[in-house]
Design a protein around this ligand. Structure first.
Ligand SMILES: C[S@@+](CC[C@H](N)C(=O)[O-])C[C@H]1O[C@@H](n2cnc3c(N)ncnc32)[C@H](O)[C@@H]1O
Length: 239
């Protein structure tokens, strides 16, 4: 049981803004352009948080998307901000939609939070139409040999579950996805860390604040550093 959901904390929103991830909408836009997502497409935002991407897709591109997230608090915020129709409580381990429903699934900084990654990837494959796009942005370990210590820090944040990029790609391929591209965008994570440094003084203090003392933020930062956290965008396609 994880003791604290960092994304429900207002301190997190103050740092990241309405998008609870590094880079804001820059990679969302890149995904839309690259995959040529249009208003004819059905789009799912898996782990939609406060609903910022669903709103962006509609406002900027007239794309009707649905967002799911297990957090009652975040779905309530999304509904209050952007309307009730397109947001649902839902979990990546059991996506509440029929097979072959979507042309595109976004997972923006959410796969790293899944208790059972393989199960979630299977679920995404199931709800995508043939040749549907899977647009992933998330944190990863540039030094994956060092990640073992992170799991002892029990709080709900993507940063304690950094992906191993090679393993993620292998899993996707085994399930029947083609990897169309995978690019490094660690610069966005770096920018976020710099902003945190200016606001909180140290990363340790930030972790202490956003987890409300649920973990020792300084010990966590000590364990995190050798993993060399980075950020990536990957586009996969159901084959
Ligand atoms: C880093 S936030 C990103 C939120 C949103 N995608 C954004 O970028 O603004 C991670 C989100 O994943 C959600 N999440 C955690 N576990 C999940 C699960 N099992 N299935 C779906 N979403 C989950 C969290 O509630 C949180 O909203």
């Amino acid at each position: 049981m994880k003791c604290f959901n960092a994304y429900e904390n207002e301190d997190m929103t103050k740092i990241t803004g309405e998008t609870l991830r590094p880079g804001g909408f820059k990679l969302t836009e890149k995904g839309i352009q690259f995959c040529k997502i249009s208003s004819k497409d059905y789009v799912l935002d898996l782990g939609c948080g406060q609903g910022a991407t669903v709103n962006y897709l509609f406002k900027k591109h007239n794309i009707n998307a649905i967002g799911i997230d297990p957090s009652v608090k975040l779905i309530k915020i999304a509904k209050e901000k952007y309307g009730h129709k397109q947001f649902f409580i839902g979990d990546g381990n059991n996506i509440p939609f029929q097979n072959n429903s979507f042309n595109c699934v976004f997972a923006e900084c959410t796969l790293s939070l899944m208790d059972n990654l393989e199960c979630t990837l299977k679920q995404v494959y199931r709800v995508l139409k043939d040749e549907g796009w899977f647009i992933i942005t998330d944190v990863y370990a540039q030094n994956p040999n060092e990640v073992n210590l992170l799991s002892q820090f029990s709080f709900n944040s993507c940063i304690r579950n950094l992906h191993n990029l090679e393993k993620l790609q292998e899993k996707l391929k085994i399930l029947g996805f083609d990897i169309i591209f995978s690019e490094d965008y660690s610069i966005f994570l770096k920018e976020l860390f710099v902003k945190i440094g200016f606001t909180y003084g140290t990363m340790g203090m930030f972790w202490n604040t956003t987890t409300q003392g649920c973990i020792d933020g300084y010990e966590f930062q000590k364990a995190l550093k050798p993993c060399k956290p980075g950020y990536f965008m990957m586009v996969a396609r159901k084959n």
